[in-house]
Design a protein around this ligand. Structure first.
Ligand code: ZN
Length: 163
């Protein structure tokens, strides 16, 4: 018996961190039984756990992928649909109130501590003497990619200095 078929759930509400968009297919086995992982905390507490059954809320611990196939178990990363238009949106996404706390949040992902400088139009994020200026709107995955590149450059520079 399958009385409480979860497909009967209402569609996700718009806005906030609520997940929207198509479910997609598995790049490994082409199944459409794809689980979307929502990374990070929702803007509104009541959004937690919202969305269809194939959306899994995983909190702030990034597992390194955001899609999982329920058929073959494959995992991969799909482009984030989250776009930030201001530092307030970034901080809401990170669930922090100040740029310093945002820096701490970013630092958790990296070996080197990050710092954050904010003005009306830009978000500057740096590691040590290197930084990248983020111009809004910025997609979440582009933001992380910029930070990954910056962090890699710094790590290579430090490794070269040690030789
Ligand atoms: Zn699959």
């Amino acid at each position: 018996m399958a009385e409480d078929r979860t497909e009967d759930r209402p569609p996700p509400r718009g806005g906030g961190a609520t997940h929207t968009g198509s479910r997609g297919t598995c790049p490994v086995c082409a199944s459409d039984d794809v689980i979307h992982l929502v990374i990070g905390m929702p803007a509104l507490p009541e959004d937690w756990g919202s969305g269809p059954v194939w959306v899994e809320w995983v909190g702030c611990a990034h597992p390194g992928y955001n899609r999982r196939c329920a058929s073959c178990g494959g995992t991969w990363t799909a482009s984030s649909e989250t776009t930030f238009h201001s530092v307030l949106e970034v901080m809401a996404h990170a669930h922090v109130d100040t740029p310093d706390d945002l820096a701490d949040w970013i630092s958790e992902e990296y070996e080197h501590d990050a710092w954050v400088r904010v003005d009306d139009h830009h978000l500057e994020i740096g590691f040590r003497n290197r930084s990248v200026t983020i111009v809004y709107p910025v997609r979440e995955d582009d933001l992380w990619e910029s930070l990954d590149d910056l962090h890699d450059e710094l790590s290579e520079e430090l490794a070269a200095e040690r030789e």
